[in-house]
Design a protein around this ligand. Sequence first.
Ligand SMILES: NC(=O)c1ccc[n+]([C@@H]2O[C@H](COP(=O)([O-])OP(=O)(O)OC[C@H]3O[C@@H](n4cnc5c(N)ncnc54)[C@H](OP(=O)(O)O)[C@@H]3O)[C@@H](O)[C@H]2O)c1
Length: 201
Amino acid sequence: MRILVVGGAGTIGKRLVPELRSRGHDVVVAGRTSGEVRVDLAEPETIAAMYREVGAVDAVVSIAAHGALDEFAKLTSAELRENMRAKFYGQAELVLQGQHRAADGASFTLTSGIFADEAWPHVTGGGVISGALHSFVLSAAIELPRGMRVNAVSPTMVGDSADEFGGHFPGMRPVPMDELVRHYLDCVEGDRTGTVVRAYA
Ligand SMILES: NC(=O)c1ccc[n+]([C@@H]2O[C@H](COP(=O)([O-])OP(=O)(O)OC[C@H]3O[C@@H](n4cnc5c(N)ncnc54)[C@H](OP(=O)(O)O)[C@@H]3O)[C@@H](O)[C@H]2O)c1
């Protein structure tokens, strides 16, 4: 398969991309400054340019952008909207534009996160982004044309980020990287659609 991985140079991507290549897939990595193709999920016109440059693909995997930490007592709706710009609207845009650009039967695999389902301090934005992505996947799956599929992987803190993020989320058990990579592979190579894969260790 020809697979576009947005954010493929990041923490999860560094594990997933070599695995996809070792399974014989032709992988194109996109990012704002990394990979072979430039895209900023916060800027819809760069998504259009990326699809024009890459051409028809059989799968799009998004493991890019993130929800910013926030402080509820000071949070404004304007900050919430800005927080959603890349990770929610950008990933939605990948599917909305991609439905007209990708090959018949193509799949979209988005990334959300555990805060859709578990409340932790300082992640109201992250929770709202991921909850919205889960609802988006549910609706998109029944309307995508030409046999296309869409799913989301919702990780808890991932093994390779435990040193960096563990202090923010004390007691949170990380999901092992090989387990997480298997979930992405299942979404790309399997036939499921409309599902949220909760990788909560
Ligand atoms: N790491 C965790 O513990 C964890 C847990 C739950 C959920 N997640 C989610 O999983 C996804 C990937 O996480 P990660 O830890 O692998 O992230 P990461 O290490 O920060 O890597 C993110 C990648 O995405 C690219 N990127 C960032 N912002 C972008 C944008 N606006 N447009 C296009 N590309 C962009 C970056 O490259 P450039 O800088 O070149 O753009 C980088 O290659 C994120 O949505 C994150 O919220 C991660």
